[in-house]
Write a protein that binds this ligand. Structure first.
Ligand code: NAD
Length: 357
């Protein structure tokens, strides 16, 4: 088990983790612990290079700091990435080795599932560490956070519809969903129940087949889903899908989805705004899953805690949209300003009580 510290000016701790015995190659990044220990999922993905994996973990962990600050849970931002194909290269030995690396941070990083991970994987890692959430069993277990993530995205879509079209109703609205994984499927089901017409894309044909058969969805090419004629585009796969190439081709008036780091670069928020589109900041609308695992990490036994927090987060998003409109700024700028103010105040003030209520 080899740990190498990587120094960056932006993050508190970044570790390159190698375990030659199991073959695990991973990075863990702790971005900022001003508000509490860092909490964020572990992603497994077939990255082209270690540099790509490192760039991903740095950006994802910074997003978690902002997310926790905005939804008001006493956690900082952290994230882990494991290099490799989750379908063919994941082994119990690698998951246990990952657990040992998490344990080595002594609680400064608490993990959960992200892309390529399941509650069962977290359970294996938890054999080696107590800093693991999103577990399937146990008195505090929160399980898969994805349904909560999908629920908040759904509610935020309704707020966005209200602002753009004057009505939050989804009946007959066309929604293009990119990615039908844990969150995308749950979101698609929720949208279908609400009467929306779905256009879907996934690189996994089984997923699109399910959506066509069960939800009557139209299937689009993964390369072309952003061009679909729809009122809402919901990126629910990987990051970077809103970029200089795709933005001019999007026809939707609203972009609202679960994927982390949807903007390839910060300037893409301006590109979307210049086209008159309402971009709902990813780290705000996809924080439902964080609320689910935060309950477990805080050892809150009241299961309704997450639902109450979800209600508050949905109301906050609605206020954020109203604030941005009133100030003639983008929701991204409004959210960034709020995060900055929260962190600034926390850095000035006495340490906050961390009871999670
Ligand atoms: P997942 O791995 O279950 O699903 C991802 C899906 O995207 C898969 O079905 C995959 O085949 C598909 N996909 C990959 N590349 C694609 C492409 N080019 N075009 C279309 N489809 C593609 O992951 P998930 O848990 O559903 O998460 C989805 C996104 O939401 C990720 O960006 C994740 O970081 C983010 N997110 C998830 C949660 C959560 O609770 N799971 C919380 C916050 C943010």
């Amino acid at each position: 088990m080899k740990i190498e510290q990587i120094s960056t000016p932006t993050h508190e701790t970044v570790m390159s983790c190698n375990d030659p015995e199991s073959g695990l190659q991973a990075f863990i990044a702790v971005h900022d612990t001003t508000l509490g220990p860092s909490l964020g999922g572990c992603r497994m993905w077939k990255y082209d290079s270690a540099a790509d994996a490192l760039a991903d973990v740095l950006r994802l962990s910074a997003g978690m700091t902002a997310k926790a600050a905005l939804v008001g849970v006493p956690f900082g931002g952290g994230k882990a990435v494991i290099m490799g194909d989750p379908h063919t290269e994941k082994t119990p030995e690698k998951m246990r080795a990952f657990g040992r690396f998490v344990e080595a941070l002594g609680g400064r990083y608490i993990s959960a599932e992200d892309v390529g991970m399941s509650p069962a994987d977290m359970m294996i890692a938890a054999q080696e560490t107590s800093y693991m959430t999103g577990l399937p069993d146990g008195p505090l277990a929160s399980g898969d956070p994805s349904p909560y993530t999908a629920e908040l995205v759904f509610r935020c879509m309704k707020s966005a519809l209200l602002q753009v079209f004057g009505a939050s109703d989804l009946i007959g609205r066309r929604v293009a969903v990119q990615g039908l994984g844990h969150v995308g499927r749950s979101l698609a089901e929720r949208l279908h129940q609400a009467g929306a017409q779905l256009i879907v894309a996934d690189i996994n044909a089984e997923a699109t087949g399910w959506a066509a058969g069960t939800l009557g969805a139209e299937i689009a090419d993964p390369q072309a889903i952003h061009r679909a004629e729809a009122e809402i585009f919901a990126p629910c796969a990987l990051g970077g899908t809103l970029n200089a190439e795709t933005i001019p081709e999007i026809s939707a008036a609203i972009v609202c989805g679960s994927a982390n780091n949807q903007l390839a670069v910060d300037a893409d928020a301006d590109r979307l705004a210049a086209r008159g589109m309402l971009y709902c900041p990813d780290y705000v609308v996809n924080s439902g899953g964080l609320l689910s695992v935060a309950r477990e990490a805080l050892k809150v036994t009241d299961l309704d805690w997450t639902l109450r927090k979800l209600d508050t987060a949905a109301e906050k998003f609605s206020s954020l949209l109203a604030f941005a409109q009133q100030k003639s700024i983008s929701p991204v700028d409004a959210a960034d300003q709020m995060v900055e103010a929260i962190l600034h105040e926390a850095r000035q003030g006495p340490s906050k009580e961390r009871n999670g209520t």
